[in-house]
Design a protein around this ligand. Structure first.
Ligand code: FAD
Length: 116
């Protein structure tokens, strides 16, 4: 249930943000040009500075310090992001996502063609 006339809580904001981030990674080039790598690195690093949930942001920045963002390819970026999201899932006792399924979830859809 979403209250669309109120500011987002941490859950609503998080769900919308992961949708944007995973989808952005899924559409990132397979072979990005140097300028695309640069701008993606800036985008993720700026995101980590400005995400409007201070405890989320702090943990995300710490995680990025341990494993800096990988912008070499669509696959690398998507897998890096999947690992970051799984760290949050573990923290919140949510199920860990199978990162081999990241393009099925965020790019191609399930083999059956049916999304429920
Ligand atoms: P979400 O976790 O939002 O996931 C949405 C969908 O993404 C899932 O339904 C699933 O299909 C898919 N998915 C799940 N895991 C993965 C994965 N590893 N890779 C790819 N796809 C996946 N909340 C807090 O309470 N504390 C925090 O510290 C916190 N930190 C956050 C940090 C960031 C950077 C972001 C973006 C969000 C953070 N959140 C945090 C919010 C939290 O992660 C969830 O978004 C929120 O709890 C809503 O969860 P949800 O069940 O809607 O699913």
């Amino acid at each position: 249930w979403r209250k669309h006339n109120c500011p987002p809580d941490v859950e609503t904001l998080g769900n919308a943000t992961w949708t944007l981030l995973h989808t952005t990674a899924a559409y990132y080039p397979e072979k990005p040009a140097p300028s695309q790598r640069e701008s993606m690195k800036s985008f993720i690093e700026s995101f980590a500075q400005h995400y409007p949930c201070w405890f989320c942001k702090n943990d995300f920045q710490q995680s990025m310090a341990v494993e800096p963002v990988q912008v070499e390819s669509r696959e690398k970026l998507s897998q890096w992001l999947c690992r970051r999201h799984n760290e949050v899932n573990v923290k919140l006792n949510k199920p860990v996502f199978d990162c081999t399924k990241v393009f099925e979830r965020w790019l191609n859809g399930p083999p059956s063609g049916k999304c429920d």
